[in-house]
Ligand binder design. Sequence first.
Ligand code: NAP
Length: 327
Amino acid sequence: MQRRYIHIESPEALSVQQDELRAPAAGELAIAVHFAGINRADLLQRLGLYPVPEDASPILGLEVAGEVIALGPDVEGFAVGDRVAALVQGGGYASAAIARADHSLLLPDTIGSREAAALPEALLTVWHNVFTLGRLAPGETLLVHGGGSGIGSIAVQMAKVRGARVVATAGGPEKCDWVKSLGADVVADYNDGNLRETLAGAGFAGAIDVVLDMAGGDFAALNLELAAPDGRIVCIGVMRGSKAEIELVQILMKRLVLTGSTLRGMGMSGRASGFRSLREEVMPEVKAGRITPHIHSVLPLSEAMAAHELMQSGQHFGKILLDCRGD
Ligand SMILES: NC(=O)c1ccc[n+]([C@@H]2O[C@H](COP(=O)([O-])OP(=O)(O)OC[C@H]3O[C@@H](n4cnc5c(N)ncnc54)[C@H](OP(=O)(O)O)[C@@H]3O)[C@@H](O)[C@H]2O)c1
């Protein structure tokens, strides 16, 4: 089948091209993509700063939602015509894409493919980092830096649904209000220059069980101060910088765990295992409407560059999507 896809002409230019989508191999689905999610990693890939693994498509796009149009051999649990959301090995910015069945989620009737395109990266990232690596338990306190991001907004909701207390940071009063409306118990503005004092004054010094940190930089030292004994700090991004000066004594005195991950680094079987947990533990909450992705804007596939510029501007709350159904 013919597909339209986004080609990286240069770091400053993207174009729409056309080619033939290959047939799905064993264990794979071909999907007519309705919507594709924009992720920070896509911006880095466009700039040449995120090397594409050998087994991945060089086409941008890590997550899609749409309809199954063909099945490869040995696929169980999916049929042509099913509505799905999937993590893809590149190739999401396209009118059709290939996904592994074990990296795909069947969609309940209660969620449209528009919202569903915002789910695969965020659900898996939060599940793996907050609940698997971070071992967040009911009654514990989670600190989410970047609570207004696609990832952070899902982290806030997943942690609340699973009985945790949630503290979040966001940039500016409007974003803080929005993150509060998602269910966060306390939200602090990282732009006001008093983040350390605000969080310590609210009683969180030495009281945070798990930190989901996409900021890094100077927040690394703050995370160690805020962490409770036996706390877990999970690094998933470095929006404030990849270098930090930290007080190692905090780690030994409080027996802290400092860890992190990337989805690509989980490998195929690690991601498939994460998707099994999502089907069992998280999709029922999505189906019931207790975890709802917030879509900030949807742009046509041909405006992928404008979508990247919007993400770069940082003005969005939640998720930016591409409509891949035809301009
Ligand atoms: N490791 C993984 O597996 C994995 C997977 C997916 C994403 N990620 C990472 O997770 C992060 C969020 O991804 P996304 O796609 O959800 O992107 P996004 O919606 O653009 O979110 C970026 C977030 O970073 C925050 N931020 C930006 N600059 C900041 C600064 N100087 N200080 C503090 N916070 C700052 C923003 O906060 P405000 O908008 O409130 O300013 C926003 O919440 C990115 O760093 C991405 O690379 C990691």
